[in-house]
Design a protein around this ligand. Structure first.
Ligand SMILES: [Zn+2]
Length: 205
């Protein structure tokens, strides 16, 4: 029997690379943690159908340049749209790690988190995934307005911390993380959205 799209995403979230993603980042006075526990909660929400997974091509549901997108507006859950017909591979998996980071903040009801920091953390997780899974640069670099390339130094510093093994959950380097925060609002897709006006995504669990 063919494996379902939902089961593929669950397997990704419970897999060894996503299991190694761990970092904290500042959001106002708080520090927010991204780790395997969060991705496991997303996997479980997919299993219990609190988060639905659907293929889509309608630009109202998925931007034309996106492999996947997360919609947090449904109450008690959300929806992940995956570009219909897109082949499963490292590039789509990275997109899904990005969207499942947004989903994690929704499931965890991180209500104080700004959309800008939400995006920055999602790009860091995504690039960590590409680096840890040895995805070719052609799969991910030089796209999405170069934002992933600016997330790369943040991810590399975290990988260095993982190797050093001194801190169970290292904090992001503030200088490179702020550089990432500065470049995200320049992407046309975020113009006039909560990402550029200091707002937050709808996050209702
Ligand atoms: Zn995003």
């Amino acid at each position: 029997m063919a494996i379902s799209l939902s089961q593929r995403v669950i397997n990704l979230l419970r897999g060894p690379e996503v299991g190694r993603i761990r970092f904290s980042f500042p959001d106002g006075a708080a520090a927010i943690t991204v780790d395997r526990g969060m991705y496991h909660r997303v996997a479980s929400a997919i299993e219990h159908r609190r988060i639905g997974i659907f293929p889509a091509t309608d630009p109202a549901l998925i931007p034309s340049d996106a492999g996947a997108t997360y919609d947090g507006t449904p109450v008690d859950g959300g929806t992940i749209f995956i570009r219909a017909g897109k082949a499963w591979g490292r590039d789509l998996e990275g997109d899904l790690v990005h969207e499942c980071t947004h989903a994690g903040f929704d499931v965890d009801k991180r209500n104080t988190l700004t959309a800008l920091n939400d995006e920055a953390a999602a790009y860091v997780a995504e690039v960590l995934y590409y680096r840890m899974s040895s995805a070719p640069l052609s799969y991910w670099a030089g796209m999405v307005g170069g934002v992933r390339d600016v997330a790369l130094p943040v991810a590399n510093a975290l990988l260095h911390e993982y190797q050093a093994g001194n801190t169970p959950t290292p904090a992001v380097d503030p200088v490179t993380f702020n550089a990432l925060r500065a470049v995200i609002p320049l992407r046309p897709v975020y113009r006039g959205t909560v990402v550029t006006n200091g707002g937050s995504y709808i996050r209702n669990g």
